[in-house]
Ligand binder design. Structure first.
Ligand SMILES: Cc1ncc(COP(=O)(O)O)c(C=O)c1O
Length: 343
C-alpha cells in the first residue's frame, strides 16, 4: 500500500518499449536525433499551436530553467507559499535566476487568485531599486494538494500578469492529471488562457524520467538553449528522453494513465468518507488526497504496511496526511487501506 508518491511507481510498458525501440542503431546526439526532431510537431499538434519544446530530466530543472529564462535576477516570482518551487526545490529557482525572489502567498486549496496576487503586488513599488520587480506568477497544475485550476481561474491570473508586465508560468508536473479531470483541450488551460511557459511533466505519470519545457511564443525562448546546456541538462543521448515523451503522447496514453490515477484517488476519497474521524482537507480533483485522520487510525494503517507522508505535524490527536495515487496503484490497495482505516 504505497501512497507516498506517484514517483514510487514504475514505468508504463508502452514507454519502456519506446525506450527499447530507440535503442536500435545509432542517431545524432544532443537533441539532433530524429525522435527529438519529431517532438516539436507532436507537441504543436497536441497544443493546437506552434510551440517550442525542450526535454529535460527533472521537474526541478524544468521549473528553474523556464523561470530563469523569463525572470531577471532582480525579479520577483509570485507563487503559492506551499508550491514546489518555494518549498521542495532547494532554492533551484533562486540559483538559476541568479537571485530572483520567490514570494510565497497563501491561498485556499493550494491555489492563487487574482485578489491575492494584486494585494501582494501593492507591496512592490515599480521601478524602485529597493524592491524586487514582480516578473512572473507561477501556478501548479494540479496543485500540491490535489486541486486543479479551471480555465477561467488561469485566464484571470494571466490578466493580472499581463496588466503588470509579468509572465505566467505553469508547473505542470501533474498536468495530465488536471487535464484528465477537466476533459478540455490542452490549449484551453495553457496558451489560450494566457500561460507563457509550461513545465510539462511525464515522470510522475508513467515515464522513466522525462519532462519538457514548453514555450508558447518564440520570443520567450530567448537564451533557453544556452541555459539548458550550461546547467547540464542538454542530455547527450536525448533520444531516450524524447522517446518517452513521444510514447507518452501516443494514442492518448498520458490521459489514460492520468485518468486511472485520478479514478483511484476518487475511490480513496469515497472510501474515506465512511471512516470515522476522517475529513478531506481539499477537493480531490486529481491524484492526491489530503485527509485529516485520527492519529490512531494513521498508526493502525502504518502498522499494517501502508506508507504515506504526514503533510503537517500531528495536532490535537489528528494528522493531515497526503495520499498520492498512480496509474499503477492496485485497486486492491485502496480497498485494503479503507478496510484497515475503518478498524
Ligand atoms: C508540483 C511539482 N513540481 C515539480 C516537481 C519536481 O520534480 P522533480 O522531482 O522531477 O525535480 C514535483 C515533484 O515532486 C512536484 O510535485
Amino acid at each position: 500500500m504505497n501512497f507516498r508518491s506517484d514517483n514510487c511507481y514504475g514505468v508504463a510498458p508502452e514507454i519502456a518499449d519506446a525506450v527499447w525501440a530507440a535503442n536500435q542503431g545509432t542517431d545524432s546526439s544532443y537533441g539532433d536525433d530524429r525522435i527529438t526532431a519529431r517532438l516539436k510537431a507532436r507537441f504543436s499538434e497536441i497544443f493546437d499551436h506552434e510551440v517550442y519544446v525542450y526535454p529535460v530530466i527533472s521537474g526541478t530543472a524544468a521549473n528553474a530553467l523556464a523561470l530563469a529564462t523569463l525572470v531577471p535576477p532582480h525579479g520577483a516570482i509570485l507563487c503559492h507559499a506551499g508550491s514546489h518551487i518555494a518549498v521542495d526545490e532547494c532554492g533551484a529557482v533562486e540559483l538559476f535566476t541568479h537571485g530572483a525572489k520567490l514570494v510565497g502567498l497563501e491561498g485556499a486549496n493550494g491555489k492563487l487568485a487574482p485578489a491575492i496576487v494584486e494585494t501582494a503586488l501593492a507591496r512592490f513599488e515599480k521601478g524602485s531599486v529597493h524592491h524586487p520587480q514582480p516578473s512572473a506568477i507561477s501556478i501548479i497544475q494540479a496543485t500540491e494538494v490535489g486541486s486543479i485550476y479551471h480555465r477561467g481561474e488561469i485566464a484571470a491570473l494571466s490578466g493580472v500578469a499581463r496588466a503588470n508586465g509579468m509572465k505566467l508560468h505553469m508547473d505542470g508536473a501533474r498536468f495530465a492529471n488536471a487535464l484528465a479531470t477537466l476533459g478540455c483541450a490542452p490549449a484551453e488551460i495553457t496558451w489560450r488562457a494566457g500561460v507563457d511557459v509550461l513545465s510539462f511533466g511525464a515522470t510522475k505519470n508513467g515515464a522513466m524520467g522525462a519532462e519538457a519545457v514548453v514555450f508558447f511564443a518564440k520570443g520567450d525562448v530567448r537564451d533557453f538553449d544556452y541555459r539548458r546546456k550550461k546547467s547540464g541538462h542538454l542530455m547527450s543521448k536525448m533520444r531516450f528522453v524524447s522517446a518517452q515523451l513521444e510514447a507518452y503522447l501516443d494514442d492518448g496514453l498520458w490521459l489514460k494513465l492520468a485518468s486511472r490515477a485520478n479514478a483511484i484517488a476518487a475511490q480513496l476519497a469515497e472510501g474515506l468518507a465512511g471512516v470515522d474521524g476522517a475529513n478531506l482537507a481539499h477537493p480531490v480533483e486529481a491524484n492526491e488526497v489530503l485527509v485529516h485522520l485520527p492519529d490512531e487510525t494513521a498508526a493502525r494503517l502504518r502498522k499494517a504496511g501502508a506508507v504515506f507522508y504526514d503533510w503537517e505535524p500531528p495536532r490535537a490527536g489528528r494528522t493531515l496526511i497526503r495520499l498520492v495515487t498512480s496509474f499503477a496503484t492496485p485497486a486492491q490497495d485502496v480497498a485494503n487501506f479503507i478496510r484497515i482505516a475503518k478498524g
